[in-house]
Design a protein around this ligand. Structure first.
Ligand code: NAD
Length: 471
């Protein structure tokens, strides 16, 4: 794998100039019509389609990811958001007339959606194309200028994105800034009108802190531990297929991957068997070792490989049962799909977001115990529930909170652009996708119009005299 981290903070000297140009061009881009913005989105769409194999190759170099998985999770998912945005943009941009209370008769009111201005997008490495393009699509749709800093870790994809944006947009409209933490820090000193960040909750706090100095608005798409509740009447074969897919796609490096499962004590043995069967069906259909499967990705960096290895060793030392479907190999950053049972809260794996192909399975005696456990942790980005009775599923949803939930599935809710995507508190602030993405990059400006000469009801002007006694 040829995945070299971008270390040179190459644009760092020019960052202030880049920002000045983006800021100067705010009005020019604000002036653009829906038609012009749709045209830009179409050009972006064409470029993506024409360079599909370049994207697949870049992501393969970064992760060893199968091109079909790249198609589904990076290219088609991006095109899904883009096509939905261009189809709906005219409607989203239309001013929204609102009612008038009787006390304000004679006036009329509406909400208009104006671009926030010069925006900063900082994206992570795990879906390096989709997570950079998603916010960019809505920033363009809403009529903003943009500085985009993709992750330094998924370097091949970031270099592709840089070239693509250079080919499509002038520097004063959308500009890619390559680099790592130093570059981000420098960007965050500038008074951007909006910052859209996708990454870890720890760095989310750094971003919010920096944004507070300029009172830049923020959308924070963060992460954390997303639980999966398997109810006692769940179809365990169906649940295993869907959990295996959501957990092990991208080798578990998915923000909304099921982080751990909560399973009724009496179903544990059968659930583990079903999970092991599905893992083999998916990644070893001919009985070959999973390491040879072209469909199973690698860990992004040595740092993350070592972190995950440490989580497994720590859990094993503290008494977890480790079911690893093969052997780990540091040279290729390979960690096989791994299930853990007998996990306890003193294990690091139950304390931090796993972000790798390891699934702890915890048992519960009754569903309230499972829900209490979830509530004792930070609010999750996603929560999944598998079961057959509507009432029981509703009970889980009502007694928990999460950014999003798929019922009897995992991950899928991210794919419907009619749904808001994002977290709650520790897992995120603000929403993206569809109209929510457009709104995130728009200022919802209140406009009230009165008639000249005020034929309607008059506000109370001074001098007030003894008016108070008449009210
Ligand atoms: P990260 O927070 O380490 O990095 C994300 C971006 O922030 C990168 O571009 C990086 O250069 C920059 N960055 C890192 N440290 C910084 C600092 N101190 N100051 C300023 N900028 C800094 O995240 P990651 O490791 O790239 O991605 C994994 C995390 O992202 C996980 O927690 C995952 O759950 C989360 N995530 C969330 C979503 C979502 O949509 N909610 C999607 C994908 C990933």
């Amino acid at each position: 794998m040829e995945n070299a981290i971008i270390t040179s903070d190459q644009n760092i000297q020019n960052i202030e100039d880049i920002f000045i140009h983006l800021k100067k061009n705010r009005q020019g881009i604000k002036d653009t019509t829906a038609k012009t913005r749709i045209k830009k989105l179409k050009l972006l769409e064409k470029y993506i389609l024409d360079h599909r194999s370049d994207i697949q190759n870049a992501i393969h170099k970064d992760f060893n990811k199968n091109p079909i998985e790249t198609d589904a999770t990076e290219i088609l998912s991006t095109l899904g958001l883009l096509r939905h945005a261009r189809k709906n943009l005219k409607k989203w941009m239309k001013p929204n007339k609102v009612g008038t209370p009787i006390s304000m008769l004679g006036t009329s009111s509406k909400v208009i959606y104006e671009p926030k201005g010069a925006c900063l997008i900082i994206s992570p490495w795990n879906y390096p194309f989709y997570l950079a393009m998603g916010p960019l699509i809505y920033a363009i749709a809403a009529g903003n200028t943009v500085a985009l800093k993709p992750s330094e870790i998924s370097s091949n994809t970031s270099l592709f994105i840089e070239k693509m944006i250079k080919d499509l947009f002038p520097d004063n409209e959308v500009k890619v800034v390559l680099g790592g933490v130093e570059t981000s820090t420098k960007l965050l000193e500038l008074k951007f009108d909006h910052i859209f960040f996708t990454g870890s909750p720890q760095v989310g706090k750094v971003i919010m802190n920096a944004a507070s100095k300029n009172l830049s608005s923020v959308t924070l798409e963060l992460g954390g531990k997303s639980p999966t509740v398997v109810l006692n009447d769940a179809d365990l074969k169906d649940a295993s297929d869907k959990i295996t897919w959501g957990k092990f796609i991208n080798a578990g490096q998915t923000c909304i991957a099921p982080d751990y499962c909560l399973v009724p004590k009496e179903s544990e043995a059968e659930f583990v068997d079903q999970m092991q069967n599905t893992i083999n069906e998916f990644y070893s259909p001919d009985g070959e070792v999973i390491e040879l499967s072209k469909d199973f990705a690698r860990i992004i960096s040595n740092k993350h490989f070592i972190r995950l290895q440490h989580l497994i060793n720590d859990a094993a030392e503290k008494g977890a049962t480790v079911m690893m479907n093969g052997e780990m190999h540091e040279e290729t950053r390979y960690i096989p799909p791994t299930l853990l049972t007998n996990v306890t809260d003193d294990m690091l794996i139950m304390q931090e977001e796993i972000f790798g192909p390891i699934l702890p399975i915890k048992t519960y005696k009754n569903v309230d115990e499972a829900l209490e456990y979830i509530a004792s942790k930070e609010k999750p980005l996603a929560l999944y529930v598998f079961g057959q009775k509507k009432k029981d599923i509703q009970y889980v949803i009502h007694h928990s909170t999460a950014g999003g939930t798929s019922i009897n599935d995992t991950v899928l809710h991210i794919n419907n652009p009619e749904l808001p995507f994002g977290g709650v508190n520790n897992s995120g602030i603000g929403k993206s996708h569809g109209i929510y993405g457009f709104m995130g990059f728009s200022n919802q400006r209140a406009i009230l119009k009165n008639r000249v000469g005020m034929t309607g009801i008059k506000p109370i002007y001074p001098p007030y005299g003894d008016l108070a006694s008449k009210l």
